[in-house]
Each structure stands twice: as C-alpha cells, then as structure tokens.
Design a protein around this ligand. Structure first.
Ligand code: FES
Ligand code: FES
Length: 154
C-alpha cells in the first residue's frame, strides 16, 4: 500500500505495510537519522517528531496515521540557517551530553512551547517525560525557561 507523506515540507511516498512504525520510514526509507530509536515502546521519547504540530513517539505510531499530515523531524525544525529557539537555548545552556536523547527532547520541548509559551516547572514535568540516560534534566529545565524568555543573556 502507498502512503503519501509530507516530511519537512516535502512530499514523500512510502510503499509498504501501513502498520510500519513511522520511525522506521523516517530513518530507513527517508534517511533522516536525527530521530533516534531508544525503547521502541513509547516510553523514552527519543523518537519524538511532530505530526501536525503535536509531539508523537514515532516508534509506536503507524505510518498510515501520518498520511496527509505534516510531519516535522529534527532536520526540519530550523528555518534555513536560523535555529529554532529551543535549539539555540540548547547550545547556549550546554544541554547535551552524549546527545542520543536530545533530538527527541528538543522536539517535545518545541511542541510544549507552542502550546504553552511560558511553561511552569509543573507544566514541564507534565509534558516532558523523555528519558535521558546522561541525566541532563536540570539543564533541560533551565534551557526551556531560557527559550521561553527569548534566550536573553543574563
Ligand atoms: S524509541 Fe520511541 S519512545 Fe523510546
Ligand atoms: S544526553 Fe545522553 S541520553 Fe540524554
């Protein structure tokens, strides 16, 4: 079966099992390897992408569910040479350690800030349940607040 996708603004076709997890289409068929595989059971968030602006754990989301919707991966988050404010906050605040979880973390945070431009710590705890084995959670929290405040230098 053929599924028509819109990935980072480009039309793409997938021919195969419509139950294939979106993650494997993104990584193996389209070659967009910024989105990572962690647990495969919707627990860790490493595979987070946006489907019509909402964060989705793509390891557990069938490609057929994304048909005709706008998919954004970490490769499509920046606007040309201009980084998304979350990406800039991650650099300014030295968030990543090994980096493996970070694209999913950034995608989850970008979706949160679209919904709640000034999230509280409780909002962050509720929305950002991504797992980081390196323990960057405090830096993530600080960078979210920095991004929410326009990445102003202090
Ligand atoms: S790989 Fe999808 S949530 Fe862990
Ligand atoms: S930075 Fe290493 S797993 Fe998160």
């Amino acid at each position: 079966m053929s599924v028509t996708l819109n990935v980072n603004g480009a039309r793409r076709e997938f021919d195969g099992d419509p139950n294939t997890p979106l993650l494997w289409v993104i990584r193996d068929e389209l070659g967009l390897t910024g989105t990572k595989y962690g647990c495969g059971i919707a627990q860790c968030g490493a595979c987070t992408v946006h489907v019509d602006g909402a964060p989705v754990r793509s390891c557990s989301f069938p490609v057929s569910g994304a048909a005709g919707k706008k998919i954004t991966t970490i490769e499509g988050l920046a606007q040309g040479a201009t980084l998304h404010k979350v990406q800039q906050a991650w650099i300014n605040n030295d968030v990543p350690q090994c980096g493996y979880c970070q694209s999913g973390m950034i995608m989850a945070v970008a979706a949160l800030l679209k919904e709640k431009p000034k999230p509280t710590d409780a909002d962050i705890d509720g929305a950002i349940t991504n797992i980081c084995r390196c323990g960057t959670f405090q830096q993530v929290r600080e960078a979210i607040h920095a991004a929410a405040n326009g990445n102003a230098k202090v």
